[in-house]
Design a protein around this ligand. Structure first.
Ligand code: MG
Ligand code: ZN
Length: 208
């Protein structure tokens, strides 16, 4: 039996990278896709990348909303993207917090970014090729999770991106650069994806 070769993925942070950053977002009415996200995801999907959303949702641990509401938000966002012809391969979220909340949710887990647990789990489930995969997010913790999973990464200047920009400047393995939005990030991923591995992470200016 021939096993399918592993495929590359782009791991996507949710809040501040795909949709407007809203503090502890919990209602579908708060979900607003950021500019150029549709175009960026379309480019990545058509280039053969699996699209995997990986999001910290400590609002669950803190008791602000239940896990069922996270699912409601994700189904809503999935439907909205489907209307644009984009399909998300998998949705992963971490409901934990190391020091806040009750019961099983109060946990120093391996899935809360910057830990790479969600990426590693998706890679096992979906047969993903991590060295050929990328993480796009608006925080250093996103990029660090990508780096710890053996992926390369891009920071977007949406959400917390502008404030986080300085913190990613000191070399993070596999960090490719900073982009204004998701479409620019997608272009940088495609450019970097053409290179052979491993990337020594030179500074690539998007669009250059
Ligand atoms: Mg974010
Ligand atoms: Zn977790």
């Amino acid at each position: 039996m021939v096993k399918d070769p592993p495929r590359p993925a782009v791991f996507l942070d949710r809040d501040g990278a795909l949709i407007e950053e809203v503090h502890y977002l919990s209602q579908v009415e708060q979900v607003q896709l950021l500019t150029n996200v549709v175009e960026g995801l379309r480019l990545l999907e058509r280039s053969g990348f699996a699209l995997v959303v990986v999001t910290n949702q400590a609002g669950v641990a803190r008791g602000y909303f239940p896990e069922t509401q996270v699912d409601v938000i994700h189904r809503h966002l999935e439907d909205e993207l489907a209307r644009h012809g984009i399909s998300i391969t998998a949705w992963k979220y971490c409901p934990h917090h190391p020091t806040e909340g009750e019961g099983a949710y109060r946990l120093d887990c391996s899935c809360r970014k910057p830990a790479p647990g969600m990426l590693l789990e998706a890679a096992r489930e979906l047969n993903l090729d991590l060295p050929r995969s990328f993480m796009i997010g608006d925080k250093r913790s996103d990029l660090e999770a990508g780096s710890r999973a053996g992926c390369r990464s891009v920071l977007v200047r949406t959400g917390h991106g502008v404030a986080e920009e300085e913190s990613v400047l000191p070399g993070l393995p596999g960090f490719l650069g900073v982009c204004d939005h998701m479409l620019e990030a997608a272009r940088l991923v495609l450019l970097a994806g053409q290179r052979t591995l491993p990337s020594p992470s030179p500074w690539i200016r998007a669009g250059a």
